[in-house]
Design a protein. Structure first.
Length: 76
């Protein structure tokens, strides 16, 4: 199974409404992505906490429908 780029964006936006999101399909297989996400919600949080917030927004799809997601989170 795979996850469409727009579905990833929608899931993240649902959990982090102010997020500015840029996603690239690294292999063209809808399974290996790189995402840059910028949000005020990340302010004052460690990178680990920021990444956990993004993974939580994916509602269990990481490791299932979505095989790989390289994250770059940025404070606004």
């Amino acid at each position: 199974m795979s996850l469409k780029l727009e579905e990833i964006k929608n899931l993240i936006k649902e959990a982090i409404p102010d997020a500015e999101i840029s996603i690239q399909d690294l292999a063209g297989d809808e399974n290996h992505y790189s995402a840059t996400i910028k949000s005020k919600i990340f302010n004052g949080r460690s990178k680990i906490e920021q990444h956990k917030m993004v993974y939580k927004s994916l509602k269990g799809k990481m490791g299932n429908e979505l095989h790989a997601l390289a994250l770059n989170t940025i404070e606004k």
